[in-house]
Design a protein. Structure first.
Ligand SMILES: CC(C)(COP(=O)(O)OP(=O)(O)OC[C@H]1O[C@@H](n2cnc3c(N)ncnc32)[C@H](O)[C@@H]1OP(=O)(O)O)[C@@H](O)C(=O)NCCC(=O)NCCS
Length: 289
């Protein structure tokens, strides 16, 4: 095996190397597919480490959000190259590049990752749970005559993106556009009269469909969106729900969801969040923000 200092961090990941990157996702048991890597290739940056044969054996990705902050994710190291310091070196490179660009690095950590990131200067901000529903579980129903849930179309897109930017703390229209159409059953918005009261998108995955983001004005809207999507999704579903959203958490438990793992949103050198806790129900995912 190459000595760790001989293993260079390079960028970008080449399209021809997407299969290598997907092999790392499979090894870790994660849910991403090639379409997710392509989002990082087109809207962010993918750092890689290659072995002596040119095979990609470690990755990290950054995704800037509108000039203020940026995500770090997809930190993956192939089994036989672990504990050589590659993840730490990749993290430092991402942090250095983002800091040089004036962006606050943000990430979502598993309990094991959290200790490593704390040592790098990241601070806890808030927490959420990865919830999973097996295939064909019963869906909870809801009825509220004042909420009009309907598929997202071009007539609402601009207003929806503005609503999202206010809730997320940055415009992420290009990311949302890349999600749109990947899980049509989840492409929903909620209107009260002519006003956007919430919306949801989703994406297909290696293991499960993933619902997120779910941005809504209140629990009734969030549940109305969820009920409509879940009734149309027969397969397994992932959803990353903010811990603070307890009523919707109980509703999801009744719909067959169980907690898979806790995640902590962390920011470098600060704990104050950029987004609006009231409207943030489910994040896009730990890899995207
Ligand atoms: C987590 C992962 C990226 C670590 O990669 P790595 O290159 O082996 O990590 P490093 O060698 O840079 O380790 C940095 C530090 O992280 C901690 N660490 C790494 N792996 C660890 C493990 N299995 N158990 C406990 N601590 C661990 C240690 O503190 C380590 O420092 P040390 O070796 O000096 O003790 C790798 O195991 C992996 O790909 N796992 C699956 C995907 C994943 O969980 N990614 C992180 C999501 S938050």
């Amino acid at each position: 095996m190459a000595r760790s200092e001989e293993l260079k961090i390079e960028t970008p990941l080449r399209v021809a190397e997407l299969a290598d990157a997907q092999a790392l996702v499979g090894e870790a048991g994660w849910n991403q597919i090639e379409a997710d890597w392509r989002i990082f290739l087109d809207l962010g940056r993918v750092y890689v480490v290659r072995d002596g044969n040119g095979r990609v054996i470690a990755t990290a990705a950054t995704l800037p959000h509108d000039g203020r902050f940026a995500w770090i994710s997809m930190v993956l190291v192939s089994g036989q190259f672990r504990r050589l310091g590659l993840a730490r070196r990749l993290m430092r490179r991402c942090i250095d590049d983002l800091s040089a660009a004036g962006l606050v690095p943000v990430l979502d950590a598993t309990p094991a990752g959290r200790e490593v990131y704390r040592a790098l200067g990241f601070q806890d901000s808030w927490s959420y749970q990865r919830l999973t529903r097996p295939a064909r579980a019963a869906s909870a129903e809801i009825a509220d005559g004042n909420i009009n849930v309907r598929p997202i179309d071009d007539t609402v897109w601009a207003a929806l993106c503005a609503y999202d930017a206010a809730a997320f703390g940055a415009s992420r229209e290009r990311l949302l556009a890349r999600l749109r159409g990947r899980l049509p059953a989840a492409d929903l918005c909620a209107l009260r009269g002519d006003t956007i009261a919430g919306f949801m998108l989703g994406r297909d995955g290696r293991i499960a469909s993933h619902i997120g983001p779910l941005i809504a004005g209140d629990d009734m809207v969030a549940q109305a969106l969820l009920a409509r999507a879940l009734a149309r999704l027969p397969g397994p579903v992932f959803l990353d729900l903010a811990d603070a959203k307890r009523a919707t958490g109980r509703w999801l438990a009744a719909a067959g969801f169980t907690p898979a793992r806790p995640l902590t949103r962390m920011l470098l050198g600060r704990s104050a969040r950029f987004d609006d806790p009231r409207r943030t129900y489910a994040v896009v995912g730990p890899e995207f923000g």
